[in-house]
Design a protein around this ligand. Structure first.
Ligand code: SAM
Length: 370
């Protein structure tokens, strides 16, 4: 989107979708991480004023409320350090006011609002956090700039090399794709991607270019930042050329599963995209809750295992790590109909199993369509 000049600006539908994903994930992250850690850190690297023109909360307030309004707040016993970075002085003032409106905060919740630019403050904050504790406490960073030039892949890369760190980062590929052939943007692109491999995008156009840039960014997050699991969620806004992706990266399978659950709550059909027009047009509202479409999962499983026997555990892992789907989509929604249609044969156990159920250790094989 165009950068607003005012201190606050109207919220858009896609921003609400992004906020739902953020809140959904933090609702799960806080109690899970608090179980085994005495301190957790949340960094909002482009915090904004904490409020939108219609009074809707901004991401810092959403993140604070994830704790303050949590149903299991008493079980979140870790010290919580929230760091908000914002370069615009007036927005810092407004954010300070908005945090103040939350009333007196519990002692174990520390809020640190930094006036400065991400590029400087983020690195210095990490140095300080590291000095205070030998190992950086589990840290979740939300990196949400207006434009791509502000997000430095190098810096994000440095952060993500610490154990137990996760990131949710906004990347507007449609916007970036238009600048690939502009010499003045070269340095910025190389910084963003942490490599000059983006130059290959000059040779292709349209969706191919978008796909190339998307996959390169994903690969760089995985390789340079050493994040084992990276998943993206597409957000299509109403502005021309402004579709973008939210990338989530983590080293932990449970983190991946919780983020995918948050994404599925935002896109209950495919779990991987949100379009502004979907919710803006009331005539498109459906009477019944939308159901997950698992046909792509079925096809992916058939392509992955072919005629080779496989276990239920392999199926669940493949689904979680290699597809946008959740393990909860596997048994009843995907395997059971295939077995019912005679396209899946269960090899073991041979007795004591109810059709359409797949207990631990179940082995099976796809049967070719006749
Ligand atoms: C997209 S808005 C953030 C919105 C906020 N995350 C939310 O969801 O409510 C980006 C914010 O980053 C600030 N900003 C821009 N460049 C920055 C930089 N280099 N360092 C820190 N903040 C910056 C802008 O002033 C703006 O308030």
């Amino acid at each position: 989107m165009a950068k607003p000049r005012s201190i606050v600006w109207p919220i858009e539908e896609h921003t609400k979708a992004k906020h739902r994903i953020l809140r959904g994930y933090l609702d799960a992250w806080l109690p899970i991480m608090s179980k085994h850690n005495t301190r957790l850190v949340y960094i909002d690297a482009f915090a904004g004023p904490g409020v939108y023109a219609g009074g809707e909360p901004g991401s810092p307030i959403i993140a604070l409320n994830a704790f303050l309004e949590h149903g299991f707040r008493d079980r979140i016993t870790a010290e919580l350090v929230y760091i908000f970075i914002e370069e615009d002085e007036k927005r810092v003032e407004r954010l300070t006011e908005e945090v103040g409106r939350l009333g007196s905060l519990p002692d174990r919740l520390k809020v640190d609002i930094r006036h400065g630019v991400y590029e400087e403050v983020f690195g210095a904050t990490l140095d300080r956090l590291k000095k205070e504790q030998k190992q950086l406490a589990p840290t979740f960073a939300f990196v949400d700039p207006f434009g791509y030039s502000q997000a430095s892949m190098k810096l994000s890369g440095r952060f993500l090399q610490f154990e137990r760190c996760e990131v949710l980062i906004y990347v507007p590929f449609r916007h970036i794709a238009r600048f690939v052939s502009k010499p003045e943007q070269e340095a910025v692109l190389t910084t963003l991607f942490g490599s000059d491999a983006w130059r290959a995008a000059k040779d292709v156009e349209g969706n191919q270019r978008l796909r190339l840039l998307h996959d390169l960014f994903q690969q760089q997050l995985t390789n340079v930042c050493d994040l084992k699991y990276v998943r993206s969620f597409e957000i299509i806004t109403r502005h021309q050329n402004s579709g973008y992706h939210l990338f989530f990266g983590t080293k932990h399978p449970l983190g991946l599963e919780k983020m995918k659950e948050a994404m599925w709550r935002t896109d209950p059909v495919e779990g991987q995209r949100f379009a502004d027009r979907t919710s803006a047009d009331p005539s498109q509202q459906t009477l019944f809750a939308p159901e997950p479409d698992t046909s792509a999962l079925r096809n992916a499983l058939i392509a992955r295992f072919g005629k080779v026997p496989f276990s239920i555990e392999e199926t669940l892992d493949f689904t979680l790590f290699e597809t946008p789907y959740l393990p909860t989509h596997v048994k009843t929604r995907t395997l059971k109909p295939l077995e019912g249609a005679g396209r899946l044969r269960v090899l073991s156990p041979t007795t004591g199993r109810r059709r359409g159920t797949y207990p631990a250790g179940t082995r099976m094989q796809f049967v070719r369509e006749r």
